[in-house]
Design a protein around this ligand. Structure first.
Ligand code: ACO
Ligand code: KIV
Ligand code: MG
Length: 530
């Protein structure tokens, strides 16, 4: 049966709404925080990917979160996806979300309140009656600020079914237009999930006037299976994240749900707006921004997702790829461009490669900067692989607003020699030089950065990965810095591991500066500096 929704109009019963929470639940995982520019970049990529709703943040959580939601709302002031902000069942939270969302063309206030006996007793210290009153009060207030209100029953899957029905009924009566039943701690089995939605839809008065939504966590590795089960039970909105990032073991991964729906249309006859060929580049952009690659065997976007090494499989794939591939690599964005890039390639080939990798919308300035860096890389590397190009362009996009830039680095090192680094930074346009010796070339480089731009932080993680194979491969370095309990990750890629390390450190430093500014009291924010 078709349903009418304030943000989407009339929706066919087989239409699945993709609600992306990479920027909210995804960002809640340690080390995954993003600055405003990075969130805007991700929001644009998610829009390009075709998601229906972007949960941009939790407006009351910090001044920075408020600003991120507001900036994303401004970016989509004329059209675009529905922009959502999370709120507890508290007036201050709801008003803060409403304020941040004001500029958006389409907005959603998302209100959450736990309904399981455990959470109500231990965490909220509220009785069932108090929770019911809070559902009614908060959703009523939400509706005074937006036609589109989502109500979530935190820990819904572990809640008493009868009480959950009463809460959902109260939320619908107060005007909620989407009802989300999260499996907050990833406890459910698929059959539980299907039953929860079937029961609610058959038992709650008014259930046929709202959209039911599933939000599954992956603590037992069931998030995607549970999401599919929820759809079978009647959920028509699914909440997921790119690469499955999120609290603890993460959320259902958007790319896995989208490809399950596409690949198994025979048993899942549903429609959605996800442009699956854009999946890989969105996944890679997130990995570049956060500094965390997915594991090689990750479904859909892992390096090995379409790789075949054993002879029998290779023989099969050579005869007909469908013997061992249930979807084509191109359908999720792995390149099918036959052009091999190298030092003799020009702008046309570079642009073609970017298009085939899904970077259709890149601006001229970014293209020119990326092309310059590509030429520089091609001088040092025989073949520039797709992964190299993606690392290089994403690096360019992510670094666009940095206050501190690495402009020069020389390192002298060797057997029996104390390594020495000499470097130049540009800080807000002003050149600063630094020089230092250290226990190793990386140590010397990091001390030289601190000499050029004094700051007091702790290095918590230093990790090196190779972007492709071979001795001329680019190294991708991740650096985690800590300041006053705040953690940030920076990333850098280069054929020279020390240069990649310096880039990663400087990237982390820039994130820290943004974080410092975002959390400083308003009167200090204009003047905050290192
Ligand atoms: C399942 C989820 O993912 S929910 C979203 C989780 N995300 C986050 O928490 C990230 C952002 N959070 C924050 O920045 C902070 O926790 C804030 C700003 C929201 C609140 O900070 P504080 O005021 O210092 O409270 P603190 O975090 O210590 O405790 C949470 C309080 O909210 C209450 N609370 C928790 N959930 C809800 C809710 N849904 N509705 C109303 N109150 C709630 C708790 O009972 C607790 O209240 P108490 O201090 O009276 O015991
Ligand atoms: C805020 C809610 C939807 C949530 O993230 C959860 O319960 O996991
Ligand atoms: Mg969650």
């Amino acid at each position: 049966m078709a349903i009418t929704h304030p943000s989407f109009g009339t929706l066919d019963d087989n239409r699945i709404i993709f609600f992306d929470t990479t920027l909210r639940d995804g960002e809640q995982s340690p080390g995954f925080s993003m600055n405003i520019e990075e969130k805007l970049r991700m929001a644009e990529a998610l829009t390009d990917l075709g998601v229906d709703v972007i949960e941009a943040g939790f407006a009351i959580a910090s001044p920075g979160d408020f600003e991120s939601v507001q900036e994303i709302a401004k970016r989509f002031a004329k059209d675009g996806p529905v922009i959502a902000s999370l709120s507890r069942a508290a007036a201050a939270d709801i008003l803060r979300s409403a304020e941040a969302l004001k500029p958006a063309a389409r907005k959603r206030i998302h209100i959450v309140l736990a309904t399981s006996d455990l959470h109500m007793r231990v965490k909220l210290r509220m009785s069932r009656e108090e929770v019911l009153e809070a559902v009614t009060g908060s959703v009523t207030l939400g509706r005074q600020h937006s036609d589109d209100v989502e109500w979530s029953a935190e820990d819904g899957s572990r809640s008493d079914p009868d009480f959950l029905c009463r809460c959902v009924e109260a939320a619908i009566k107060a005007g909620a237009t989407t009802i989300n039943i999260p499996d907050t701690v990833g406890y459910s089995m698929p059959e539980d999930m299907e039953r929860i939605f079937t029961d609610l839809r058959s038992r709650v008065p008014g259930a046929d006037t709202v959209i039911f939504s599933a939000h599954n966590h992956n603590d037992l590795g069931m998030a995607v299976a549970n999401t599919i089960a929820a759809i079978r039970g009647g959920a028509r909105q699914i909440e997921s994240t790119i690469n499955g990032i999120g609290e603890r073991a993460g959320n259902a991964s958007l790319e896995e749900v989208a490809m399950a729906l596409r690949t198994r249309r025979d048993v899942l006859p549903f429609a959605n707006t996800i442009q699956t060929p854009k999946i890989l580049r969105t996944s890679k952009l997130l990995a570049t921004i956060t500094g965390f690659d997915v594991q090689p065997n990750k479904a859909i976007v892992g390096r090995n997702a379409f790789a075949h090494e054993s002879g029998i499989h290779q023989d099969g794939v050579l005869k007909d790829a469908s013997t061992y591939e249930i979807m084509t690599p191109e359908s999720v964005g792995w390149s099918n461009s036959s052009l091999v890039l190298g030092k003799h390639s020009g702008r046309a080939a570079f642009r073609d490669k970017l298009r085939s990798l899904g970077y259709g919308e890149i601006g001229d300035n970014q293209l020119n900067d990326a092309f310059r860096r590509f030429k520089d890389l091609a001088d040092r590397k025989k073949v520039v692989y797709d992964e190299d190009v993606a690392a290089l362009v994403d690096d360019e996009v992510v670094r666009g607003h940095d206050r501190v830039k690495l402009v020069g680095l020389t390192v002298a090192t060797g057997l029996g020699v104390r390594p020495m680094a000499t470097l130049a930074l540009e800080v807000d346009g002003e050149r600063r030089d630094g020089m230092a010796t250290g226990d190793g070339a990386v140590d010397a480089t990091f001390i030289a950065i601190r000499n050029a731009f004094p700051h007091d932080v702790a290095l918590k993680l230093f990790a090196v990965q190779s972007v492709t194979g071979g001795t001329d491969a680019q190294a991708r370095v991740t650096v985690r810095l800590e300041e006053g309990g705040k953690l940030v990750d920076g990333q850098g890629a280069d054929t020279d591991t020390i240069v990649a390390a310096a880039r990663a450190y400087v990237h982390a430093l820039n994130k820290l500066l943004v974080k410092r500014e975002r959390t400083a009291p308003a009167e200090f924010r204009a003047t905050a500096s290192a």
